[in-house]
Design a protein. Structure first.
Lengths: 353, 153, 373
């Protein structure tokens, strides 16, 4: 409520001092700046979380010197990267080379706009929310392709080509598994999807096909973010650093940060679509809407942890096995699953509390 | 098979071979360079000897001549024999390659070429292995001198 | 007139990349020249010599005690076994009678070295196929061995514990207890290795049927150690030419017949169990006695040729000494296992993907200083 009143006050004040058109533009810019700052910092803390989780899996302590329990470690890293010299290859396609990191980071941040963090904390409640997410997340790969291609490095090139193959394939599964859930909700708008879940999270409502869809989504979502065990794009033991071999300083940091923001987005979508977003379990805190952000973040972080768990446990697949998994297993399962879900909805077999 | 039996069998193939067991724990065969490949092929293929494992191929600078020492073992019969050969001349030493008999010889012969300058006939890819292409001289020869990276005695 | 472009080395679809000398999967400064068609490998050509120190030439000026020290710097992960090879060669040449105590301790130390080397290999193997966590598990257990070595030998990596005639020092009073502790610890940890990596579906997919080496090729290419044994080629020097105390212990030579990357992996895991059992058999029966036989300060080998094989963690290490009766060898050749094992890389990697090459190379367990002597 406090947050709401602050934004409302700013809104009222802006509209009182300037014409409506200018005021709404200023408002958009303000919101964009807030989102950028919040998620740049949040991305950095995800990096820290990943490092601490990895350390925990690997019998280490992880960063614990800079700030309390190493909380400022990634901040310090970011500042270091900011001040580093940007070294590139000779005869790289300079324009595309410089453009690539922005493609990746901007698409990652754009997708955040439609994600409902709580009932009020929702920047852009578009009525084609899911469609927008799917569309935006496929632009990111262009940045990776450009970066790998323009670097004038064969390892980067192989990484970029792998990325193209991988992302385009797994896009299908991500989209189809989300569409499976749309069959239940009948809407693409994320706020409405959450509204529907007040009578039971979708993973409960859709039971068997929903669980299948969730598993497919997590697998293909991990592949979509190019994280282990699907990190063919970077595959440090095969390709050095893959597509971002030739990037340094802040441009490298953009790729790095985008990976983590993408991971957060995948987890956030899964939390929203399958686990009721900011809704509390069994409505236990329904009377306190401020806790929405808390529940949302809890669910997202559990899923983020799951993805980190994958990464630090599994070996990496080979590129042909990766494609086999998608085209021979996930995609057919997905298509059957959609039909199954449609039948379920048609016969009214969904579970509603 | 004991060394005497081996000597009898191998000696019956070619008369030019010299056998010795002095100063060594194995049976040594000194073979003229022109008979090397024949002998080696027979050592491997003959059912009585079956030396299918070339476990060591060393170039040696004997002073006047350059030579190679082959250590052969049979993985079925578990006997060992040492074959020695020397190249005709020191300036442009040439020997037959045995890589078609034991595949491991390809790399070992490249190493010998690199360090001793012995050229191998029929070798598929005879070029420097460890040193750069433009290296002058053959470091493991006794008369090799390198003023910049001297090994002090 | 059209100008004709003649491609001598490449077909038009193929291209060439440099893997190394700075590449994470080559574990050092090995450079592989890869000819690739898309992801498929057409040719692998190793380019060596980035850390060649010409140890063989240096040996020609050094005394035998000094040579022992140089061998540490070859295959640094089986430093003790390398030392042992030269010491055994010299002792055999001098016909020294080595005390039983020395033989048993050498065997125990050698097997500890083997376990430590395989621990590191296991960690790196996992890392090469993308499971980064294994690295730390491998190093956790290796650390215990390093501590034992530090206490007894005074060093953790290049121990120089063996000298011609015996051991540099007697074992530390804590040695037996700590080795027993380690055995107890490692017996609980080895099954953990299996749970984390061996049974993993992705790991199996990555390794089963990859980089297959037939028995005939293994022998022809001079493969030794786990690489040869995974192809069904019985090549354990400890069995066929026993040295030190290996004739007193019973152990199985771990053999597999598949010859693929997974078989090489399993052979090494099995070898760790065997090494544990060898140490267990010996640790309680270390005889009392001298830890060293007196030798001359300047060792002069009688004129002649001497050859000694030992089984290092990587395979068969041969030491070939030609002596003319002076304080240094006339010629000393090391037959290193890594060199022969590397030579078959092109043979088994062609036709696979880049990822297969990395997995295959990991199970060849190359240590570059061993190849670049």
């Amino acid at each position: 409520m406090i947050l709401l009143s602050i934004t409302e006050n700013i809104h009222n004040w802006l509209f009182s001092v300037m014409p409506a058109e200018v005021a709404s533009i200023v408002e958009m810019v303000l919101i964009a700046v807030v989102y950028l700052t919040v998620f740049a910092v949040a991305g950095l803390f995800l990096v820290l979380l990943e490092r601490r989780v990895a350390a925990w899996f690997q019998l280490r302590i992880g960063p614990n010197r800079v700030g309390y329990q190493g909380l400022l470690q990634t901040m310090a890293d970011a500042i270091k990267l900011l001040t580093k010299e940007l070294v590139g290859t000779d005869r790289a396609d300079k324009f595309l080379y410089n453009l690539a990191p922005y493609f990746v980071i901007i698409t990652a941040l754009m997708a955040l706009a439609v994600i409902p963090f709580s009932q009020e904390f929702h920047a852009f409640d578009i009525n084609i929310g899911i469609f927008f997410l799917i569309a935006i997340s496929s632009i990111g790969v262009i940045g990776i392709l450009l970066g790998g291609w323009s670097s004038n490095n064969k390892f980067a090139m192989i990484g970029a080509m792998r990325s193209g193959v991988q992302t385009i394939s797994y896009e299908l599964s991500v989209g189809l598994s989300l569409l499976t859930m749309v069959v239940i909700t009948g809407t693409l708008q994320l706020s409405e999807i959450i509204e529907i879940q007040k009578s039971g999270w979708l993973i409960v409502q859709g039971h068997i096909p929903a669980v299948i869809a969730f598993m497919v989504f997590m697998i293909s979502g991990t592949a979509e973010t190019n994280r282990a065990p699907f990190d063919m794009v970077e595959a440090e033991s095969e390709l050095g650093a893959g597509f971002h071999t030739e990037y340094s300083g802040m441009k490298f940091a953009y790729f790095f940060l985008a990976e983590f923001i993408n991971m957060f987005i995948i987890a956030a979508i899964a939390a929203t679509v399958f686990f009721g977003g900011w809704l509390s379990p069994f409505g236990i805190t329904e009377s306190i809407p401020e806790l929405g952000v808390f529940w949302f973040l809890i669910k997202t972080m559990v899923l983020v942890f799951l993805m980190m768990w994958f990464r630090w446990t599994f070996p990496r697949l080979r590129v042909d096995q990766l494609l086999t998994l998608e085209w021979k297993y996930l995609l057919p399962i997905n298509l059957v699953n959609i039909v199954l879900m449609a039948v379920l909805v048609w016969l009214n077999l969904t579970i509603r509390l | 098979m004991t060394n005497q039996e081996l000597q009898q069998i191998i000696g019956s193939w070619q008369p030019e071979l010299e056998f010795t067991e002095e100063e060594s724990q194995f049976l040594n065969i000194q073979v003229p360079a022109k008979h090397l490949h024949n002998l080696m092929a027979r050592l491997k293929s003959d059912p009585e000897t079956q030396f299918d494992y070339l476990f060591c191929l060393s170039g040696v600078d004997w002073g006047e001549k350059l030579g190679i020492v082959y250590h052969l073992e049979s993985t079925t019969k578990r006997h060992i024999v040492v074959v020695k050969v020397t190249a005709e001349e020191r300036e442009t030493p040439v020997l037959d390659s045995v890589y078609d008999i034991w595949a491991t010889a390809e790399f070992h012969e490249r190493e010998v070429f690199d360090f001793f300058g012995i050229k191998f006939i029929n070798h598929p890819n005879l070029k420097r292995l460890f040193l750069t292409e433009d290296w002058i001289g053959y470091p493991l020869r006794k008369d090799y001198e390198d003023e910049t990276n001297m090994i002090l005695y | 007139m059209e100008t004709e472009v003649v491609h001598t080395n490449f077909k038009s679809e193929e291209y060439f990349i440099n893997m190394g000398p700075q590449h994470p999967a080559t574990h050092g400064v090995l450079r592989l020249l890869l000819t690739i068609d898309g992801e498929i490998i057409k040719k692998v050509e190793p380019d060596l010599g980035y850390i060649h120190r010409s140890i063989e030439k240096m040996c020609e000026r050094d005394s035998y005690q000094q040579i022992v020290h140089l061998t540490d710097r070859m295959d640094y992960l089986s430093a003790n076994i390398n030392n042992e090879a030269v010491c055994l060669a010299v002792e055999n040449a001098l016909q020294l009678e080595i005390p039983e105590r020395v033989k048993v301790i050498r065997t125990i130390i050698g097997e500890l070295t083997r376990i430590s080397s395989h621990c590191l290999w296991w960690g790196v193997m996992g890392m090469d196929v993308g499971a980064l966590t294994t690295y730390f598990y491998g190093f956790r257990d290796r650390e215990m061995i390093n501590d034992i070595m530090e206490e007894t030998c005074g060093a953790r990596l290049t121990m120089n514990y063996n000298v011609p005639g015996g051991l540099m020092l007697d074992i530390h009073p804590n040695f037996v207890k700590r080795v027993k502790d380690f055995i107890a610890h490692f017996k609980t940890k080895l099954p953990e290795y299996d749970r984390l990596l061996t049974g993993n579906v992705i790991f199996k997919k990555r390794t089963v049927g990859v980089g297959v080496l037939s028995k005939e090729d293994a022998i022809s290419f001079g493969a030794s150690g786990p690489v040869g044994r995974a192809s069904g080629y019985s090549c354990d020097v400890r069995k066929h030419h026993p040295y030190s105390a290996y004739d007193k212990v019973t152990f199985n030579e771990s053999l597999k017949t598949e010859g693929d990357t997974y078989a090489r992996y399993l052979v090494r895991i099995q070898e760790m169990w065997e090494s544990l059992s060898i140490i267990e058999q010996l640790i309680d029966i270390i005889p009392e006695g001298e830890h060293r036989v007196k030798t001359n300060a300047v060792i002069k080998l009688p004129k002649g040729e001497y050859f000694q094989k030992v089984e290092t963690a990587r395979g068969e290490l041969g030491v070939y000494i030609i002596s003319t009766g002076t304080k240094s060898p006339y010629r000393l050749k090391f037959r290193s296992p890594g060199f022969s094992n590397l030579s078959l890389l092109n043979h088994i990697a062609v036709g696979g993907k880049i990822g297969d090459l990395v997995a295959t190379m990991a199970t060849l367990d190359l240590v570059i200083p061993d190849i670049d002597r």
